[in-house]
Design a protein around this ligand. Structure first.
Ligand code: F3S
Length: 63
């Protein structure tokens, strides 16, 4: 299983991750994405979200 993490120093609030995986990522009031369901990658395609992020802020770790 893959566990997604977001580097807040890299995130620029592009939000494509939320568009691809709304069950896993959510935009915070700080304008950055946050992981709301780290176990949710089986519900969507977190690898696509990580590839689509323009700043490579998303990393996926095998758990
Ligand atoms: Fe941030 Fe990348 Fe998502 S810039 S909002 S982690 S697509």
């Amino acid at each position: 299983m893959l566990i997604p993490k977001i580097d807040p120093d890299k995130c620029i609030g592009d939000a494509v991750c939320v568009a691809i995986c709304p069950d896993v990522f959510e935009m915070g009031e700080d304008g950055k994405a946050h992981v709301i369901n780290p176990n949710g990658c089986d519900l969507c395609d977190c690898e696509e979200a990580a590839d689509a992020c323009p700043t490579e802020a998303i990393t996926l770790e095998e758990a």
